[in-house]
Unconditional design. Structure first.
Length: 517
């Protein structure tokens, strides 16, 4: 069977190749750059809990850290605190560590071929697939590859998007940040913190500098990343000016003293707001930076790209099955483009509030205005929540759990008696979870052949997509003997009466766009 062609060997392209391999789907990744992975200590990514599994799946967990909590201060006064459990904390790691781990992980699958350098110059679609025309570099020869689909994960200047003629409207440089990575110098609390108007001593000349706003995010060990938003009127940031920012911030964080520290990396980056006009043309789709750009107010572009991957991979695998799953591919566009449109609108509305530049949102005052910049990191509100999808044919048994939300992690038991966590089984087949109080108390052999289990096991084997039946003692807001249908991307698709086999068949038919029974 033809592979999926993935244009772009950045974190999103590699993650998609790895995700497809978990569904048994081969892929060819076109690496259009000969620069390799760029190692920058100040270039990091924050993965919220719903995509934090990518640190583990890639093998990058050893380079990642979680935070014990969050603190927001204004002029030294704490206005908000939050405590994270390890399971609900964001994961913070250098982006190059994630990329290097993904390179290694894809190489171990036996299903991923990486062509490097391989620059896409044209594409053609036909009834059975896509032809990607390549310019071999540096020799200058030409070649082509055939695939079932082609996915553009080739960044903000996407060649795939341009070949499709897709507009990429939006705004450039809605915010600019100076950043630095340090070893030492920041009190080791394990917390991430946003300090707005951080008090600092007077300058040597006696003039008081404007109190800085700084975002402090711990990395592994005693390393930390600092971010300072730059005023719109500020021009280029010189190395001396950036060093002064570092030292003033460290003095403010350490009661007036400049502690020993090592400056690892610095830089300045701009956050853009863009959304591709459409994400799909037949068998060609866009994902990651090729489809959207976000990043202001703590929103995380890599995390959003990984949400694209989680949503798209299993749908691509389903569409390659006999009969296809046309509706599923279209649902990727509807769900993810809708979620990104909402995220971009939220940033546009919040920026005037946070930065005090007037506008529609300027009416928000008080504590809400002070704590709004924490929303993206705390996973709340329009800036931070992963979003809820409108699942086709969604069904719930009574006042059950919210359909379309990320699944809640619970302990589960498989039919072979293996026990583990629900989130650790995502990314493969559909998961059907039966809530059965006492299941973890009794040995699996006592309930596998009793009650609903034999009939459910038979129903699972007849579904048009691979599915796994699991049992949980309980699930929030779900009654006993509820059957939860969990998509491979971790979204709850339905909560059904466990004994209603016909409801299950209708649900899977609606969900997968494939015939059932």
């Amino acid at each position: 069977m033809l592979p999926v062609i993935i244009a772009g060997a950045g974190p999103i392209g590699l993650a998609l190749a790895l995700a497809l391999s978990r569904h048994g789907v081969p892929s060819v990744v076109l690496d259009g750059s000969d620069a390799g992975v760029v190692r920058r200590a100040a270039r990091t990514c924050v993965l919220p809990p719903d995509v934090a599994h990518w640190a583990r799946l890639s093998g990058a967990a050893e380079h990642a850290t979680t935070w014990t909590g969050w603190r927001t201060t204004v002029r030294g006064r704490v206005v908000e605190e939050a405590v994270f459990t390890e399971e609900r904390s964001p994961v913070h790691l250098p982006q190059h560590a994630l990329e290097e781990a993904l390179w290694r992980a894809t190489g171990r699958t036996g299903l991923v071929e990486i062509l490097s350098p391989a620059r896409l110059v044209d594409l053609e679609q036909h009834e059975s697939g896509v032809t990607a025309h390549l310019a071999a570099e540096p020799a200058g020869g030409a070649s082509s590859r055939e695939g079932s689909h082609l996915i553009g994960c080739d960044g903000a200047r996407s060649t795939v998007r341009k070949l499709l003629g897709v507009a990429f409207p939006g705004r450039t440089a809605v915010e600019r940040y100076a950043v630095a990575a340090l070893r030492g110098g920041v009190p080791e609390t394990g917390e991430a913190a946003l300090h707005r108007a951080l008090p600092t001593p007077r300058r040597t000349g006696g003039a008081r500098a404007e109190p800085p706003e700084v975002l402090v995010r711990p990395l592994l060990g005693d390393e930390v990343r600092l971010d300072w938003p730059l005023p719109p009127e500020e021009g280029p940031v010189t190395p001396d000016a950036l060093l002064e920012r570092v030292e003033r911030t460290l003095v403010g964080l350490n009661d007036g003293e400049l502690p020993p520290h090592e400056l690892l990396d610095t830089g300045v980056y701009a956050c853009h707001q863009r959304l591709a006009r459409w994400w799909r043309s037949g068998r060609v789709l866009l994902a990651g930076d090729a489809a959207h750009l976000v990043g202001a107010l703590g929103t995380q572009q890599v995390a959003e790209g990984l949400r694209d991957v989680d949503n798209l991979a299993w749908k691509l695998a389903a569409d390659r099955r006999p009969g296809g799953a046309e509706g599923l591919l279209e649902s990727y566009v509807e769900e993810r483009r809708g979620a990104m449109g909402a995220r971009l609108r939220a940033v546009d509305q919040a920026l005037p509030v946070v930065r005090g530049r007037g506008g529609r949102g300027g009416r928000l005052t008080g504590r809400g205005r002070l704590t709004l910049p924490a929303d993206a990191h705390l996973g709340r509100g329009a800036l931070g929540e992963p979003g809820r999808y409108a699942i086709p044919g969604q069904r719930t048994a009574g006042d059950g759990p919210a359909i379309g939300n990320p699944v809640v992690d619970v302990a589960v038991t498989a039919l072979d008696g293996e026990r583990g966590r629900l989130v650790d089984r995502l990314g493969g087949p559909l998961l059907l979870v039966l809530t059965a109080p006492g299941a973890r108390v009794w040995d699996a052999r006592h309930w596998l052949s009793a009650g609903l289990m034999p009939d459910l096991a038979g129903a699972v084997s007849a579904l048009p997509l691979p599915a796994e039946l699991l049992v949980a003692d309980a699930y929030p807001d779900a009654a006993a003997h509820t059957l939860l249908v969990v998509r491979p991307d971790g979204r709850l698709a339905a909560a059904l009466a466990g004994a209603d086999r016909r409801a299950l068949e209708r649900c899977i038919g609606d969900l997968t766009d494939l015939p059932v029974g």
